[in-house]
Ligand binder design. Structure first.
Ligand code: LLP
Length: 426
């Protein structure tokens, strides 16, 4: 459920007609709904009820400060993968004590900053990373809280680019080696074992892989216990899918209920804090990308709707052949229906937002690409020297610009001409 709905033929974000957003801020433009973000976040916290838990929103999905600030106020923790994401969380008023740090290549400087601000946990993905963290913490005279990210080797049944829990993925420590790495970690002076972590992939639409992963983690916990190693939390990562098209992923409530049921059979589970790192399921359907049709271009085999947004603004269709709904914003004017490839201005054949879409549109019309709140703006680039679009947050009857359109000069800020002297003369 989200808060983008038609009223009298016009698509609204909460109580704001999207036509008004386009008039005010131009297109292309990302629009987020505050109520939807809050609703999706609360779906997790309510589902987990009385069980100790922390929802660490995956910052990579949408890292706008307004989004992070809203979630921080709702009590969220954050899953970060870089010092840039950490600084964003801090700038948005997030609590460092609720931050977990994932990622396969944490640099020493990033570790040091995370230790300095006192994050909750490092999700360590390899033995050399553990050694580096121990050394950095030692230099700072402190002890790093760690969780090992285990690769449980379960097939998440999702797109190969976003499946992360298989043996041949680069992520995590193979489950069979994890015991040895934990035992090693227990002997290090500057790390303290606090958790166990996994993340098996993204856009999962079935519960079974999550439950399989949980079973494997619980087996490992059992063996750790035999070695006298106890953890305070179990982090099950993110990955719950969203309906983009005709998928029917489980709701956070069903997901949490199934996990809690399985967990209840494990002795001592009531003392185990559950962590989740959802990104997409909180942000994707809380956002749309508004774009305007520049031209309709009929062809022999294809009709094109050429719009002002492109793969540089939203890369998911081009990169993953992802399907995202494309809707006309104002349906009040009569239009002929046609079948169109919705394509952008970028000079690549792969630059499309949707293919073979039935749309009743004319040049100048506004379209909304749905489910664009996650992995949308954050993956935008300046390819073809296109400034990145603005981001707007609607909140009931209010509209807030939460990131302005990138000015043209920003495209070359930081670049330099060669000095105008003999040595560099052509
Ligand atoms: N935790 C870790 C360690 C992750 O690697 C990810 C996502 C998440 C949490 C959040 O997963 P989510 O709940 O959003 O599924 N750009 C791709 C998605 C890449 C996801 C990468 N990792 C897309 O647009 O589909």
């Amino acid at each position: 459920m989200d808060h983008f709905n038609y009223r009298d033929g016009v698509l609204y974000g909460e109580d704001i007609p999207l036509t008004r957003v386009a008039d005010e801020f131009g297109t292309p433009c990302y629009v987020y709904s505050k109520a939807t973000l809050a609703r999706h976040f609360r779906a997790y916290t309510e589902a987990l009820g009385g069980h100790p838990h922390l929802i660490c929103y995956a910052v990579k999905a949408n890292s706008n400060l307004a989004v992070l600030g809203l979630l921080a106020r709702l009590g969220a923790g954050f899953d970060i993968v870089s010092v840039g994401e950490l600084e964003r969380v801090l700038a948005a008023g997030g609590d460092p004590a609720k931050v977990v740090f994932s990622g396969v290549a944490k640099q020493a400087g990033e570790m040091a900053r995370a230790l300095e601000v006192g994050i909750k946990c490092f999700n360590v993905e390899s033995r050399p990373e553990l050694e580096r963290l121990n050394a950095v913490a030692g230099r700072l005279g402190t002890v790093a809280p760690v969780s090992l990210r285990v690769n449980p080797d379960v097939d998440a049944g999702t797109h190969p680019y976003i499946s992360t829990g298989l043996k041949d993925n680069k992520f995590g420590i193979p489950v069979d080696e994890a015991l040895a790495v934990y035992t090693h970690a227990a002997g290090l002076d500057h790390v303290r074992i606090v958790g166990l972590d996994c993340h098996i992939g993204s856009q999962l639409t079935e519960l079974a892989p999550f439950l399989d992963a949980l079973d494997r983690l619980l087996m490992l916990l059992e063996r750790l216990r035999e070695q006298g190693i106890e953890v305070e939390h179990l982090d099950l990562g993110g990955g719950l899918g969203v309906p983009y098209h005709d998928e029917h992923p489980p709701a956070p409530f069903d997901y949490a209920t199934a996990l809690l049921e399985r967990l209840a059979q494990w002795p001592g589970s009531e003392r185990l804090t559950l962590l989740f790192e959802p990104g997409r399921s909180i942000a994707a359907n809380a956002g749309v990308l508004l774009t305007r049709v520049e031209f309709l271009k009929p062809g022999e085999t294809k009709n094109f709707a050429i719009v002002d947004a492109a793969m540089n603004d939203l890369i998911r269709p081009a990169l993953y052949q992802a399907w995202q709904a494309i809707l006309p914003v104002d349906t009040r004017r009569p239009r002929e229906t046609g079948t169109f490839d919705v394509v952008g201005p970028v000079c690549e054949t792969g630059d499309f937002l949707g293919k073979d879409r039935e749309l009743a549109i004319a040049a100048g019309d506004l379209l909304a690409v749905r489910s664009a709140g996650a992995y949308g703006f954050v993956m935008a680039s300046n390819y073809n020297s296109r400034p990145r679009p603005p981001e707007v947050m609607v909140d009931g009857e209010r509209v807030h610009l939460v990131r302005r359109r990138e000015p043209l000069e920003a495209l070359w800020a930081g670049e330099a001409l060669l000095p105008d002297d003999e040595a560099t003369a052509p």
